[in-house]
Design a binder for this molecule. Structure first.
Ligand code: KG4
Ligand code: ZN
Length: 333
């Protein structure tokens, strides 16, 4: 019955969680508000905010779980990928606790943990499954053979899906992060009002940078004719942008499912909160006979519960890290 403390600090969320034998006992997230005014995450400010938040966040996770430090069987942390200065704060903190308590250390890959988030609550997918991980920094198609054995079979060659949402929102004058706002307006609009191009990218990779340019020209052209075009048609524009981003994602997911023959299909990452993506996946699932899954909302966006669960499976395999382990900004699998 291992009790694990996990720390996540790869981007702009300082998070800590406790899990006991694969069950989440606490999951605390401090979202850094400091970046809002800059329209994106400022790495230096993220590191400083992690340093301010990490002690109270870890403390709260331990208190809420009702465990003592002595009961911990291992300390887990996000080792990669992410902002290096942000990762360093979590890594250094985890190493210090492990050293002070003389407990093993477990290093976790953030993107694998996003996939593992699907194993937190029931119903859980059966292996092997496919996972479309879509966040502000990543867009990946992952084939998971087990909680510790997975491979990337497709990914974006430029922007991430979340970036496509956020950059489109910025062009429309919406505040950062604009993805959730596009989702809100899209619900009131017609997804077929405007047609944006679908990039022709071979294999299972994605591209979103062309879409961003197409949206920029589209807005400029319409604003020349009607300066209040955005105001007048915001729901239709948002619905049409969302429709295209979702179709780019789901068409590749469908290709992956048909090529591999896998019918257990998951979503993960912050963009999996998008209602158009969830509805689209459910419809496609019905059509192709898939079982579909997505994590509960607190486990979609960056959190430490998913790090704790990924660490739990590594603990079972006695896959511990050396105390000298250092974080890396970019990391393969
Ligand atoms: O996984 P996440 O919390 O952070 C990382 O990037 O790691 O994902 C954040 C991204 C942002 O780009 C945000 O705009 C997007 O997820 N997002 C959404 C929705 N909720 C969050 N995009 C579209 N629709 C949503 N409902
Ligand atoms: Zn993430």
């Amino acid at each position: 019955m291992p009790v694990l403390l996990a720390i996540e600090s790869s981007c702009d969320e300082t998070a800590a969680a406790i899990c006991k034998d694969g069950q989440v006992l606490s999951n605390i997230v401090a979202t850094q508000k400091v970046h809002e005014q800059y329209g994106g995450v400022v790495p230096e400010l993220a590191s400083r905010a992690h340093m301010q938040h990490i002690v109270p966040v870890v403390d709260q996770a331990i208190q809420q779980a009702g465990v003592s430090l002595e009961e911990l069987d291992a300390i887990a942390f996000t080792q990669a990928p992410g902002l290096i200065g942000a990762l360093l704060v979590g890594a250094q903190f985890a190493r210090s606790i492990a050293l002070a308590l003389n407990k093993p250390l477990i290093s976790v890959h953030h993107m694998q943990a996003h996939v593992v988030a699907n194993l937190i609550d029931d119903p859980k997918p059966c292996f092997p499954f496919l996972c479309l991980t879509v966040s502000g920094g990543h867009t990946q198609l992952v084939l998971a053979e087990s909680p510790t054995n997975m491979k990337v079979i497709g990914e974006t060659i430029d922007d991430a899906a979340g970036e496509a949402f956020d950059k489109s929102a910025k062009l429309l004058g919406l505040p950062y992060p604009g993805g959730p706002l596009i989702d809100v307006y899209a619900k009131k609009g017609n997804p077929k009002a405007f047609r944006f191009p679908e990039p022709q990218i071979p294999d299972l990779n994605f591209s979103f940078s062309g879409l961003k340019t197409a949206i920029l020209y589209f807005i400029q052209e319409h604003q020349q004719e009607n300066p209040s075009f955005i105001q007048d048609r915001l729901p239709d524009i948002c619905a049409s942008i969302q429709d295209r981003i979702v179709s780019i994602l789901l068409n590749k997911l469908k290709k992956a499912a048909l090529e591999t023959g896998i019918r257990e299909i998951c979503l993960a990452g912050g963009v999996s909160a998008n209602s158009g993506l969830r509805n689209g996946l459910e419809q496609m699932g019905k059509k192709y006979g898939w079982k579909t899954y997505y994590p509960a909302l607190p486990y979609c966006t960056d959190n430490a519960a998913m790090i704790a669960l990924a660490a739990y499976y590594k603990f079972l395999e006695k896959d511990f890290a050396d105390l000298s382990v250092t974080p890396t900004a970019r990391a393969g699998w």
